[in-house]
Write a protein that binds this ligand. Structure first.
Ligand SMILES: N[C@@H](CCC(=O)N[C@@H](CS)C(=O)NCC(=O)O)C(=O)O
Length: 222
């Protein structure tokens, strides 16, 4: 029998934060119905969507009868508690803190700097042209991923994945950044540990199925 969607996910094909939620749902075998918010058309700033998330950003996850959950990391933590298996956080207290710390380097310190709202502000107030915006993107992706590489390459907790040998929230966040960099055709060199872990992630169906170009609305899916 076909599984019924348990959640509604406000999403767009290419976004990093939505990718994170898609991977977690896939890993946990949970089903959603996606509602597209076209961020290229500015739908995230529509009156209707601002009632769901006043920040004007996706994703938002709604379980029937409950208020929306926004912020991809909060959604991942919610899904982890909603369905603990397979676990996306290690059991050990210090290992959990490490995974959350690695994830935050990307979700809190890297991704927000390259969002459409930041671009809109820089173009509108500082007259950024395409070249200036691209240099900005490359700078912040490079800063985030090089710092992550330094930690992954030197810390004993690193295994096949960011922490040990099963995927965690940190891997989901790492893969979400690389996935959008590919859309923007940006590469960061000399990050061998990050590249190796990304390859381990992509070998898993849950990550492969979340690949932006495989989503409804993506250029190749039309
Ligand atoms: N910290 C938030 C970031 C959400 C976010 O910025 N989402 C982007 C797409 S990846 C968005 O909707 N941006 C709209 C905009 O910047 O105008 C999260 O992780 O959920």
């Amino acid at each position: 029998m076909l599984k019924q969607p348990e959640f509604e996910l406000f999403a767009f094909w290419r976004t990093s934060a939505t990718y994170r939620v898609r991977v977690a749902l896939n890993l946990k075998g949970l089903v959603t119905h996606e509602k597209i918010v076209n961020i290229d058309a500015g739908e995230q700033r529509s009156e209707a969507f601002l009632k769901i998330n006043p920040m004007g950003a996706i994703p938002a996850l709604i379980e029937a009868g409950h208020p929306p959950i926004t912020q991809s990391l909060a959604i991942l933590e919610f899904l982890e508690e909603y369905q603990p298996s397979p676990a996306l956080l290690p059991k050990d207290l210090h290992a959990r803190a490490r995974v959350r710390s690695l994830a935050s380097m990307l979700v809190a310190d890297t991704h927000p700097l390259i969002t459409p709202r930041v671009k809109k502000y820089l173009v509108g107030t500082s007259h950024f042209d395409d070249a200036a915006w691209r240099a900005w993107q490359i700078n912040w992706f490079t800063t985030g991923l090089q710092a992550l590489e330094q930690r992954l390459a030197s810390e004993p907790g690193t295994g096949i994945f960011c922490h040990s040998d099963t995927p965690t929230i940190a891997d989901i966040c790492l893969a979400s950044i690389i996935a959008v960099m590919r859309i923007f055709k940006i590469t960061v060199n000399d990050i061998p540990t990050v590249d190796r872990i990304m390859a381990s992630c992509e070998a898993l169906d849950a990550f492969a199925k979340a690949e932006p170009l495989r989503q409804v609305g993506a250029p190749s899916a039309n």
